[in-house]
Design a protein around this ligand. Structure first.
Ligand code: F6P
Length: 322
């Protein structure tokens, strides 16, 4: 195998650039010619390839986002789109593809790999919902951004004796919300994995008020049945019972846009380089992840069919410490 390509797909995650850099530089050391595909799977369909040398990936490690661009590509979900992508890869004589991304992206990897093309995935999403990696690229940075938001909210909340609902991302997974609540010392957390009624949250806020706390912070996962908007509507109707004045903050894409933490840069470097090692040794159709402090390879068939679960002991810990 001589030529390989790399793309980033789905929601960008801080650390993707460090992964691209590791793929390019490890690839060159191992004798590959490396191409970047612009804008994820859409770039594969458009035949948008750029040759990457070692200097092309200089100075990108500290930047959030992805220098290759990313996209959510509905055409690639169809067999016709996947076949077109294969034709474009073949016309460039590219013999292997590395896909840096989360769940949807690795489903795309699996589809290409089912069609017989050598693909290796790299676990990257701020949601940390990908089977086959205990932690994914971008999570640590996103968590730290959310945590900074909590610390800042606490300051203003205490000054005004207010309660805040802070909604964080995570799609259908409560990992980011749970960890933000644990690290930020929140009064309550609402995640999709633990169905929670608004009355229970009202009780917790009221409890904080009665304990004489100066504020109450509730972290809400965007994927929870009662997200920030629904909860806020509920509280508008019950504002006299919770003691505090209530405000809502939705962090949204702010948490994806940070400069990657040291942890994410190192994780991304190890996984990106590990993906090239897999390619070089003829190991395809796998996700490069991080399990028990080691680079691991999990078959993409497992990654797309199994669900990662939240550690129950962390859920318990959050309820003890709130
Ligand atoms: O998967 C990463 C993520 O940031 C999710 O947490 C969020 O639900 C989604 O992407 C947002 O997608 P988009 O950037 O396409 O709006």
């Amino acid at each position: 195998m001589k030529k390989i390509a790399v793309l980033t797909s789905g929601g960008d995650a801080p650390g993707m650039n460090a992964a691209i850099r590791a793929v390019v530089r490890t690839g060159l050391v191992k004798g590959f010619e490396v191409y970047g595909v612009k804008n994820g799977f859409s770039g594969l369909l458009a035949g948008n390839f750029v040759n990457l040398g070692p200097r092309d990936v200089g100075g990108i490690m500290q930047r959030g986002g992805t220098v290759l661009g990313s996209a959510r590509c509905s055409d690639f979900k169809m067999l016709a789109g996947q076949k077109k992508a294969l034709r474009n890869l073949n016309s460039m004589d590219i013999e292997g593809l590395i896909v840096i991304g989360g769940n949807g992206s690795q489903t795309g990897s699996f589809r290409l790999s089912e069609l017989g093309f050598p693909v290796v995935g790299v676990a990257s999403t701020i949601d940390n919902d990908l089977y086959g990696s205990e932690i994914t690229i971008g999570v640590d940075t996103a968590l730290n951004i959310a945590l900074e938001a909590v610390d800042r909210l606490k300051i203003t909340a205490s000054s005004h004796q207010r309660a805040f609902l802070l909604e964080v991302m995570g799609r259908n997974c409560g990992y980011l919300a749970l960890m933000t609540a644990l690290a930020g010392g929140a009064e309550a957390v609402i995640i999709p994995e633990v169905p929670t009624q608004p009355e229970e949250i009202a009780d917790k806020i009221e409890e904080a008020y009665e304990k004489g706390k100066a504020h109450a912070i509730v972290i809400v996962a965007e994927g929870a049945e009662y997200n920030a908007e629904k909860l806020s509507n509920y509280f508008k109707d019950h504002e006299d019972t919770i003691g505090f004045d209530l405000r809502v903050a939705i962090l949204g894409h702010i948490q994806r846009g940070g400069s990657p933490s040291a942890y994410d840069r190192i994780l991304a470097s190890r996984l990106g380089s590990g993906a090239v090692d897999a390619m070089a040794s003829g190991l395809y159709g796998v996700l490069t992840g991080w399990i028990q402090s080691k680079v691991t390879y999990t078959p993409l068939s497992e990654v797309v069919s199994k669900q990662k679960t939240l550690d129950k002991s962390l859920i318990e810990l959050a309820s003890i410490l709130d």
